[in-house]
Design a protein around this ligand. Structure first.
Ligand code: C5P
Length: 227
């Protein structure tokens, strides 16, 4: 079974996806880390992330592996080396959005994601899971939240490590990333027509998880009668 979760940065996707996967005993796959791994490697090689041909070669040859951590989150290994933390930073995130606009990179990573979905029951999150990677996924969600609330979540996450963090700058970064992800030509971020849309702005993480598990455990007939 495939549970597809899409939505913009800071919508709470990865936190709730991890918790839902844990409840269902499914494998959790955070596809953003694959775009981040390609961006990280391109940067290591001194490549311009806009160079389509070279970044596609990086994507084709890069060995990216996942292992579930104790808490159900995803550990990422690139060419055998653990990079879970290194991939999380904002600079890598920004480069990942550039690399992700490259259709050839997308094709390579999407095919790897489909392979993973064949081997396990998965909860997979990203930007195009319900629309492109698994258009036939049994359960699809689109998580959204007000951009200022998403920036606040990001700010709270990062401020312990950086006392000089500027909130307005984070709001700007969130808006910028939304713009890039929603307006690119290749697989732009959008909700699948059959996705259950959840606005997480004023919901707790537990509320969102409960809502999602209820939808996942309901039959298609029950879903229809509720809509
Ligand atoms: O989710 P995360 O912030 O780690 O993703 C980093 C970037 O990778 C996103 O801003 C987006 O441009 C890209 N991405 C994508 N498709 C996915 C997952 C991530 O285009 N399925």
């Amino acid at each position: 079974m495939i549970v597809a979760i899409d939505g913009p940065a800071g919508s709470g996707k990865s936190t709730v996806a991890r918790m839902v996967a844990r409840r269902l005993k499914f494998r959790y796959i955070e596809t953003g880390s694959m775009y981040r791994a390609v961006a990280w490697k391109a940067n290591q090689l001194g490549l311009d992330p806009k160079n389509r041909e070279e970044t596609a070669k990086v994507a084709a040859n890069l060995n990216i592996e996942f292992q579930p951590a104790e808490d159900g989150s995803q550990r990422v290994f690139v060419e055998g080396k653990e990079l879970t933390r290194d991939l999380k930073n904002e600079t890598v995130g920004r480069m990942a959005a550039v690399v992700a606009a490259n259709p050839e990179v997308r094709e390579i990573l999407v095919s790897k994601q489909r392979e993973m979905g064949k081997k396990h029951d998965v909860v997979m999150d990203g930007r195009d899971i319900g629309t492109v990677v698994f258009p036939d996924a049994q359960k699809k969600f689109y998580l959204d939240a007000d951009p200022v609330e998403r920036a606040r979540r990001r700010y709270d996450e990062m401020k312990a490590a950086n006392a000089n963090l500027d909130f307005d700058q984070i709001v700007e970064q969130v808006r910028q990333r939304d713009h890039e992800d929603k307006t690119r030509a290749a697989s732009p971020l959008k909700a699948a027509d059959d996705a259950v849309w959840i606005d997480t702005t004023s919901l707790s993480i537990d509320d969102v998880v409960e809502k999602m598990v209820r939808v996942i455990e309901s039959t298609p007939e029950e879903m229809k009668s509720k809509s």
